[in-house]
Design a protein. Structure first.
Length: 301
């Protein structure tokens, strides 16, 4: 059997990313910011409302998507990812800004990215208000490009969802992913060096969870929301839990998309759980799950 692949060996350290957050915390909080490290940052607009904002990029998925002619899906990834993050705090997403950079700008590639983002923005009622395009041959290698964006939303203070009301015994409800989404592709590309995979769930764009969350909030007391990105299910749900609580996941409670079976032939289960969403792209913590898909419970540490 070939050597088992890891994210760290592929060049990405989750631990280092966590350390960076802690290293920068003092500088960021010195500006008056609070809640640093959450999915979305909050800033008071007035006594009643707060602005919510989140920024991210598509990452190395762009390399594979460009090779396979799927850049439009990466545009959708960016918009959905940023909007999903803003929704975690209970906010209504309002607008998106994007940034495209490359060693040499190719109009068709930029158009595919922006059109993909615009499609998701229309579905979410979000305005794509502007962006920036930069040619940086001294920074990017030939044929490389990057796509990043920022989403801004608004939320009333009384409607903020921050995990503070989560209690032992609450249920963790999961919403299915479309596949890998946009995290872990540095590791995916290493696996592709050994075995090809062309299933739709490899490059399918990140699902937009706005309607799922809105529907759940209409019928349940939503106490916490987590977008499953880098760090996997446990790593992301832990970001909304206060001290004394942890998540206990029933890993057999849902069916994984086929792409994760392919990855499992090359990556150990523990590493799969640390890096990928494994078929659950978004989580909610509620006291009464009704008929929703329960994938775990909140327990005391």
């Amino acid at each position: 059997m070939a050597d088992r692949k890891t994210y760290a060996a592929a060049g990405v350290s989750i631990e280092k990313a966590d350390a960076v957050v802690e290293r920068l915390r003092a500088a960021v909080e010195s500006t008056g910011a609070t809640g640093f490290g959450a999915f979305a940052g909050l800033h008071p607009l007035d006594e009643r409302r707060l602005l919510a904002a989140s920024t991210d990029s598509v990452g190395t998925k762009l390399i594979l998507a460009r090779e396979r002619g799927r850049l439009r899906a990466c545009g959708a990834d960016l918009a959905a990812h940023c909007i999903n993050d803003v929704v975690t705090c209970g906010a209504t997403p309002l607008l998106l800004l994007d940034y495209v950079a490359a060693s040499r700008i190719e109009l068709e590639q930029v158009a595919e990215l922006v059109e993909g983002a615009a499609e998701v923005c229309r579905a979410a009622g979000v305005a794509l208000v502007g962006g920036e395009t930069a040619e940086l041959p001294g920074i990017y290698r030939d044929d490389e490009l990057d796509f990043a964006g920022t989403c801004v939303g608004i939320v009333e203070r009384k409607h903020v969802i921050d995990g503070s009301r989560i209690e032992e015994g609450d249920a963790i409800v999961g919403f299915p992913s479309a596949g890998v989404h946009a995290n872990g592709f540095t590791l995916v590309r290493r696996v592709l060096d050994e075995e090809d995979y062309d299933g739709e769930d490899l490059l399918a764009p990140t699902r937009l969870y706005l309607d799922d969350v809105t529907g759940l909030r209409e019928r349940s007391d939503v106490r916490g929301l987590a977008h499953v990105t880098g760090g996997g299910i446990l790593g992301n749900v832990s970001r909304v839990l206060h001290e004394g609580l942890r998540a206990e996941i029933d890993w057999a409670s849902w069916e994984r998309p086929a792409v994760f079976g392919w990855l499992a032939r090359h990556v150990d289960e523990e590493e799969l759980r640390r890096v990928f969403n494994l078929g659950i792209g978004y989580l909610a913590v509620v006291p009464d799950p009704e008929d929703d898909l329960v994938i775990g419970r909140i327990v005391a540490t």
